[in-house]
Design a protein around this ligand. Structure first.
Ligand SMILES: *[C@@H]1O[C@H](CO)[C@@H](O)[C@H](O)[C@H]1NC(C)=O
Ligand SMILES: *[C@@H]1O[C@H](CO)[C@@H](O)[C@H](O)[C@H]1NC(C)=O
Ligand SMILES: [Zn+2]
Length: 352
């Protein structure tokens, strides 16, 4: 069977010009760990950092708390040792995912159909590779050119164009802005799928749905369907669970900045790491990355009209409110909480 995988490998190499070695997660497990005491929390936090464990929940290692669940992907080489340690420390845990690779193999992905794609049979319930998403963006822009325009946000490190959509009816008066970005974390494929779904829904109902019709007259939606394009491509070619972008660091010995930790908001203080090998590497300086710079520039242009900014992620079923670096409430905390309850209604509404 060896030559078969070599053929696939070679084909992959020719198609993507990328590295041929695809990272596998056979035997990796996701554990649900529930530390009970502050000592157990501290133990788990230290172990997470020391072994570079992949924390899926909570969002940052500092948020692990007594009685709270931590969902942690443990590499196969550490699984046995990890469980022994947890037993020894009397920290309760359960296996959530027996074999991460098996689950990955079950995801529904587009099989890179040979022909050109069309909007009529674009499947919004499967994952699409970047080249198909680029094609899809073109089709959307052409079909709905009266209400949608696409714009260049900037380029990625690997010189791929990052586009954003602006959806809304032209108006003489200045309009409020609702801003969405998806795919800032490369591996969060369903966030990327969500942005496509969102755009499709808004456009398909722009006439038939009274609320959406009204919204498009009052508000401009700015949507970045895939922000971290280099990382997204890399999750398709090489490493499914890659999170960061792909810019080289330390003279090309290490790759990738966590774009979500690269903004100038108490940069690199809480929930981030100054070490490039980390999942949450904040970069050499605030807004060091092209992708971040692009967002900041556009944000500066529209911020006086900004009504809401949503960064769409997946895992954990959270709505996270700013600011992540403090437990203090923001000045408009109560307003955000009241909007948060409407988000559920809106989600429900678009499902029906
Ligand atoms: C990169 O290489 C140069 C020249 O070899 C060296 O002076 C510099 O310290 C290196 N930088 C890092 C971050 O390793
Ligand atoms: C949180 O609020 C306290 C009391 O107002 C203040 O002293 C502290 O600096 C605030 N922390 C942050 C991170 O803003
Ligand atoms: Zn994320």
């Amino acid at each position: 069977m060896k030559y078969v995988s070599w053929t696939i490998c070679l084909l992959g190499f020719l198609l993507y010009e990328g590295t041929c070695v695809k990272v596998k997660y056979d035997g990796d497990q996701v554990l649900k760990v529930t530390p009970q005491t502050p000592q157990q929390v501290q133990y788990l936090q230290e172990l997470s950092v020391q072994w570079r464990l992949d924390l899926w929940k909570p969002d940052i290692v500092q948020d692990i708390c007594p009685g709270g669940e931590a969902h942690i992907r443990v590499q196969s080489v550490y699984v046995q040792k990890m469980k022994e340690n947890l037993v020894q420390q009397h920290i309760p845990f359960k296996i959530m995912i027996e074999d991460v690779q098996k689950l990955i193999d079950r995801s529904r992905v587009s099989l890179q159909s040979t022909g050109p794609i069309s909007l009529e049979n674009y499947d919004y319930t499967i994952y699409h590779p970047m080249n198909e998403i680029y094609e899809w963006m073109d089709l959307i822009k052409d079909k709905y050119n009266d209400v949608v325009t696409t714009h260049l946000l900037g380029h990625t490190y690997e010189e791929k164009p990052i586009y954003y959509f602006k959806m809304g009816w032209p108006s003489k008066e200045s309009k409020k802005v609702v801003f969405l970005d998806c795919g800032i974390h490369a591996r969060e494929w369903i966030a990327v799928a969500y942005c496509q779904w969102f755009i499709k829904e808004i456009l398909a109902r722009q006439q038939s749905d009274r609320l959406i019709k009204k919204l498009l007259r009052q508000v401009d939606f700015y949507v970045i369907p895939v922000l971290n394009i280099d990382g997204y491509v890399y999750t398709w070619t090489t490493e499914r669970l890659w999170r960061k972008n792909r810019s080289p660091q330390n003279n090309g010995t290490c790759f990738g900045v966590d774009l979500n930790r690269n903004f100038e908001a108490r940069w690199c203080t809480v929930g981030a790491d100054a070490d490039c090998e980390s999942y949450v590497f904040c970069g050499p300086s605030a807004a060091s990355e092209l992708e971040t710079k692009g967002v900041v520039k556009l944000f500066e242009e529209v911020k006086s009209n900004m009504l809401m900014y949503l960064s769409v992620h997946n895992y954990g079923k959270f709505i996270l409110l700013p600011y992540g670096y403090t437990t203090n409430q923001s000045a408009n905390h109560n307003e955000m909480v009241s909007i948060k309850s409407h988000v559920y209604i809106l989600t429900f509404y678009t499902q029906n």
